[in-house]
Design a protein around this ligand. Structure first.
Ligand SMILES: [Zn+2]
Length: 358
């Protein structure tokens, strides 16, 4: 992943250690909700017109963490309730993975009313029929919790996850937020956009089994090969490199990636000597193994060619023009710094080789 404002992915990064993970799988060291030292009975609380977690927290004057938020989805057609602490956001990728893969689709208000007799803001895990229920790890074993009572305008207080809730398990279901502690070193995590340059997929034995691709182990037993797929995006490397190395005039190629190392510009193709010398420089560079682009367009002005050369961004430009030729000189322009170096014509190859070796 390469950090970039135009990246299509979102990544959690730790500035202190090397932790970095796509937000689809990133975790943080955020503290669990935990248990209170109490053993109170379930209690139904009247909460008229309270819809959101924020409204509920202020209405009951409790910490957000003591609120178990309910999110309802269908997975393979069957209703599923996910429970999260406070305002934690459900991460659909993690949620789908926790359910064994496949698509998860939110249940709309009408459907939910038909299934439970209540609206989304009043759904909770206690005595909820017909739903598979899973919870985020932060809620593992929590008590003193408040959640919907499955009756509009009512919530249940003193929910003890160990005592009152039948769960299909605790999973990491939440999306990491900026500033949460790094799971490795507890520094504050950053959340940034990034471009995916490469990826690894564990394919397992799915394809080797169907293809009959096997190996013999040390006991002479035949086993399917465990497969992985490792991809690097060539065009993504180029896009990321340009993103990180450009200015208002265009691309600034790194010499290792540049399509050409040198861009020879004949300022005017109407001047015989310019044509002769630029051809000579171009050939000498090519013969010396330097990848060179030659702008010999006859009907384009010098200014236009300079702009195009900056736009295309080869590391070095060699400008051959009448003015310089009067002193038997040509000009090297370093694209990155804008530095211009006047050199005698026959030094083009050694100077460029020196600059490329730098
Ligand atoms: Zn860290």
């Amino acid at each position: 992943m390469v950090e970039s404002p135009s990246g299509e992915d979102t990544v959690a990064l730790c500035p202190s250690c090397n932790y970095a993970a796509n937000l689809e799988v990133a975790t943080s060291g955020i503290e669990p909700v935990g248990r209170l030292n109490q053993d109170k009975k379930l209690e139904e609380v009247h909460t008229p017109n309270v819809r959101t977690i924020d409204e509920l927290a202020s209405f009951l004057n409790v910490d957000h963490r003591r609120l178990a938020k309910s999110v309802v989805y269908r997975h393979n057609g069957a209703p599923v309730l996910a429970l999260l602490a406070g305002n934690d956001q459900l991460n659909e990728s993690k949620f789908a993975a926790a359910l064994g893969g496949g698509a998860v689709v939110p249940i709309n208000a009408d459907e939910l009313m038909a299934l439970t007799g209540a609206d989304g803001g009043s759904i909770g895990p206690v005595n909820l029929k017909g739903f598979r229920i899973i919870a985020d790890r932060r809620l593992d074993g929590a008590n003193g919790m408040i959640s919907g009572a499955n009756r509009n305008d009512y919530h249940l207080a003193n929910i003890d996850f160990q005592r009152d809730v039948t769960l299909d398990g605790y999973f990491d279901l939440r999306t990491v937020e900026p500033g949460e502690p790094c799971p490795r070193c507890r520094s504050n995590l950053k959340i940034v956009n990034a471009i995916e340059i490469g990826h690894i997929f564990k394919l397992g034995t799915k394809y080797s089994e169907s293809l009959g691709a096997t190996f013999l182990d040390e006991n002479g037993q035949s086993n399917p090969i465990v497969m992985g797929s490792y991809g690097i995006g060539i065009e993504r490397i180029i896009a990321s490199s340009i993103e990180q190395s450009h200015d208002e005039h265009g691309i600034i190629w790194n010499k290792a990636l540049a399509p050409y190392h040198v861009h020879v510009i004949a300022a005017s193709m109407n001047n015989k000597e310019t044509v002769l010398v630029s051809n000579q420089v171009y050939r000498a560079l090519m013969e010396a193994g330097v990848e060179t682009l030659f702008d010999d367009r006859p009907s384009v002005s010098a200014g236009f060619k300079f702009k195009d050369a900056d736009l295309m961004g080869m590391p070095f430009q060699i400008v051959v023009g009448e003015k310089g030729l009067r002193e038997k000189k040509i000009e090297i322009k370093v694209r990155k710094s804008g530095e211009r170096i006047q050199i005698p014509i026959d030094e083009a190859v050694p100077r460029i080789k020196m600059l490329l070796a730098d």
